[in-house]
Design a binder for this molecule. Sequence first.
Ligand code: FMN
Length: 216
Amino acid sequence: MKKILHFDKTAINAMENRYRANFINSVTGYKSANLIGTISSDGIENLAVFSSVTHLGSNPSLIGFITRPTTVPRHTYKNIHQTKEFTVNHIHTDIIKNAHQTAARYDEHISEFDAVGLDANYIDSCKAPFVAQAHIKIACKFVNEYAIKENGTVLIVGAINEVFLPESALENDGWINLEATKGVTINGLDSYSKPQLLDRLSYAKPDHPITSIRNK
Ligand SMILES: Cc1cc2nc3c(=O)[nH]c(=O)nc-3n(C[C@H](O)[C@H](O)[C@H](O)COP(=O)(O)O)c2cc1C
């Protein structure tokens, strides 16, 4: 039989800091993998990897992400305050190292695009830079922020303004096949995985058997 480990709150609190960060960042499961692109009011580009981007609702189309405590300079946060815009760019299998390197604490005057070897591109309707190499890109307008008082983090809420994606990844019912775009998922704080699509399933209703809706 497999040995099951059990950690109570005391045991978790007693973990060495880095160990606990790895443990807690992995324990809730796989996370989204995105690069957030911003620009300062002086025109300095910024790019950083975020695993906390999540959908908040589709009508209106809102997303959110968590930014760490702003006790040290957070360029993404500062730029969003200045310009009210940001882009969300999916990380895929070919750019995981470049993407990960954006987590390094670069000086404010350095563009992570140049530092990690990714290209910025722009559209007229959005000040913030996109990652040219990304396959799925979203332009967002800042809507609001909520302080998480318990630990000093901040939930940033953005409205989705524009989406770019390959036609081949979009199915008739609006579902996006992320496997087709080579999208990755983040496990913890330093691991990137390639998910495999198992099935698409019918809308769950009481007393209705679940069926596969893949290739329908
Ligand atoms: C895999 C991974 C996921 C991360 N997710 C987040 C996150 O969700 N929120 C956050 O504030 N920082 C996150 N970070 C840390 C930022 O990428 C890092 O602090 C970066 O330097 C922030 O850049 P900025 O100061 O230019 O905004 C993550 C780092 C890694 C390696």
